[in-house]
Design a protein around this ligand. Sequence first.
Ligand code: ZN
Length: 290
Amino acid sequence: MTTKYGWTGWLALAVVVAAPAAFGQQNRDWNAIQITPHRLTDNLYYLEGTGGHIGLLVGDDGIIMIDDQFAPLSEKIHAAIRGISDLPIRFLINTHIHGDHTGGNAFFGGMGIPIVSRENVYVRLMQGGSPKEALPVLTFSDSVNLHLNGEDIVVVPTPPAHTDGDSYIHFRNADVIHAGDVFRTIAYPRVDDVNGGTFAGSLAALQLLIDMAGPNTRIIPGHGVVSSRDDVIKFRNMAIEVRDRVQSLIDEGRSLEEIVAAKPTADLDEEWGFDPPDLLLPVLYAELTQ
Ligand SMILES: [Zn+2]
């Protein structure tokens, strides 16, 4: 059940609130995990390890980092960054709260790197008992622009989607967007309703991503492969199809148990069924029957 992009990493989120120090650290051989840099442009990279992809903008002004995977990987991740550049890390942006994206906050925040996120990420990390150095120091509720390394970076909050604290990071000149986990290429949309996510908001957030992107924009997903706007459109359309099928069954008066038994996504599961199937239908059913 644990693969390269380990869904157990996502399940770790459930533990974030209760025990931030321990999340996601069970049943993993951290020593075996390699951090692999991928270069997208002259000065834009993403790091692949386990957990969410880490974005890096590197230039004379220093480094902007997006997300930081799991705490036990922090030193490896730092070494991988140092393999690219010795310049200081100027900002660390969290795309959302999950432990496979914020687990390294204490390490990097402890180095004095300012962490930037939506206010909801700060509030939930704080309420979950995260140490002070792991907390964002600069939060926002509307779009934020950063101007470093000749790049115009726009950090855009999304509607409540994967969580209620998701952001897109758009590197306008490079024409690259880091989409966090609102867009993953490995599975159905994941709605973390415990952390304020919604399926309807996911559709709206995907539309926002489609609107932000151009035909040549490259989109770094939270998990999976670098994609295009057309890939996001395909993903969004799949999500609408799933919603409509479940809505039809609800309209027929079916219960959640009957809907799960009917396997309404059977023909889609081979492509999108990476996550355990019991994660999608209950949350969608609950939202559609509110
Ligand atoms: Zn996530």
